[in-house]
Design a protein around this ligand. Sequence first.
Ligand SMILES: [Zn+2]
Length: 721
Amino acid sequence: MMNRLRHVALQIMLSTLLLIIGTETVFSQVTLVRDGKARAVVVTAVKPSDVATYAVEELVSHVKKATGQQLPVAMETNIPTGYDTRVFVGVTDAARKQGIDADKLEIEHYVLRTVGNDLYIVGKELNPDQYHGSRPLYSEPWNPLATENVHTGTLLGVYEVLENFVGVRWLWPGDLGTYVPQRSTLAVPQIDTTVKPRLLYRDIGGWNLPQIWLTGSYIGRKVPRNYRVGGMSEEIVSKLVFPTAEAAFTYGRAMQVYHRRHRRVTQIEDARVLPATHLVAGVSDMWAKYGQEHPEWFAMRADGERGLKTLRAGAWTALCVSNPQLHRCLVDEAWDGGDELRLGEADAGDEGMCHCPQCLAWDGPQQQDFPEDLRLKYTPRAMGDRYARYWKAVYDLAVQRNPHVKISAYLYHNTLPAPLMDIELNKNITGEFVIYGSRDGWYPMSQQEDQWYRDQWLGWEKTGMSLVYGPNYLLNMYATPNVTTRQTGEFFRLAYQHGLVGTNFRSYTFSWAAHGPMAYMHYRLNWKPELEIEPIRQEYFSAFGPAAADVAQYFDYWENYAATRPTIRDISNDPRGALTRLKRIRGHYLAYPPQVYPPAEAILAKALEAAKKDPLPEFAQRVEFLQAGLKHSLLSTNLQEFLDFESPSSEIGSAPKDPDKLKQAKQAMRALIRFRQDPKNLFVSDYISNATVEKNQITNIESLFDGKRTSKATDPDDGKF
Ligand SMILES: [Zn+2]
């Protein structure tokens, strides 16, 4: 422990040292601000791209926050004199003269180079007039704020400068969540480097894009509502999410900015990484298309019949994956012959798996040392071997039709356990690793289970396939302070050290104030997975100034609580144990009852006192933000107290029938709505995600609103988890 602390202290010292060295004129002549005076001019091309223009705005506004100084901006044909340093942002003639040719850079790569007193920040950019990429135009692959834009090297370079040399930390969306340490001198050390992203696909922070991206833009711009916000009614949105169009736009816009600052990227044009989908070779329902004619291509059930006992539309009917005619059909007929061939079925385990002798023979030996908790999950068979052989067989056929083909598949449910036989795959076959926890949340896990998942990752790495990390555990966060930075962070790092090429988190957006360092750490690792966990946590805590140590203690309280609390199964006193997982709000209510909050509240009260000692108000405001997060967690779960549940294991509550109880439930709802509608709480939590879950798990939720009618809740699973 001491060693670890010392190590952390050393890392912090070193990074501080770098900043200090940066200010020494002996070592560096690139000075942006000295003794409170602007010493640099920011220079662009005569016609900068949208990305370069935005990159300049980001640079100038953050430098101003740090120093109070506004750096002037000029075109390269008209650079004012009298400044020590010129910061060239984006593609310019001046950069070309220095031999920095943006056209020779890959997308998302960037050059940071000091030359004498000057600094060049250059990436490949795109003029919309010249766009010939594969992404549809509505995804705006040139818009600096679109996460589908990968022509952003210049902007990524500016973010690196802001993080490394200005010390900027983007903790949560919005102004208060942006921490910029104050200084009167700001310099950049000599540097000459070309940076490339560690992960080529970096998707985190939203169950689906429209929820975050379109919500702000569409409601705010008053574009007709042709989108879905988690299938919520306008009434739910206006009560529980955004009371006004202005609030929606403010939040949506801040989310776009936040995601860009953390360099999230989705839907890459050249398919360098191929995330999985549940469709098979582009066919949404294989059984509907081929079941009649070729039942033998589908899984044989334990009773010898083919196909599902109860038909279910979609990608739910598992295949008989050892059947060579099926492989032929997939490659010759179903697949369009393009560069992408996706083979992810929905759920091939349990009853759905194929019991035919050939498929069973493909399975090979079964693991003997499953952790007890996990054994059930991989019953009756672990099928990593079987599916690895299937993917390879299909790949070998497909590559004859298109040598550039890439295959994607899920390492999911019964296909997650790594093969035990020596099966050789290759980098053109991508497996998306979907962790499924066995306790009553995904995390924290027992040490044994955590180790088992690590072993499976390493096992798949050995096959030589490309690996995407696509866990589901961020779907189970809701509004409670459910924090597990160490275990989740260390797994992420392990994955990166062993073959990770991209992330594809299926997630709700975070409850920013309640999840704190958990949210920040995931965004940080998504861009720089080589970072160590403790320094990332310290970055987050540092934004609380003199209250940093108290805030660390506060989140440790919750992290320890998460690791030691009783399981929901135990609390609910339900012998069937059906109400498992924090996926349900009721689970959160049981796992985080009101009596566990006071010690946490006391730590925050202490933190607030400490923060107030600093003349800058931002530190105290951030502590108050955390306090608001705790309040929101209580208000959100409190509602469950008054709902009707059919049994101890019911996952869905409904508006109570008893009139007194209904009165109380309505009162609880009123308090929650009042909180969410207060403009100063706009960034406390992602209310879009919260309300999506609430609408799905509280029947008649609208009847809890004042003077309102009823409607039915939808299926508890709002998608395939
Ligand atoms: Zn079979």
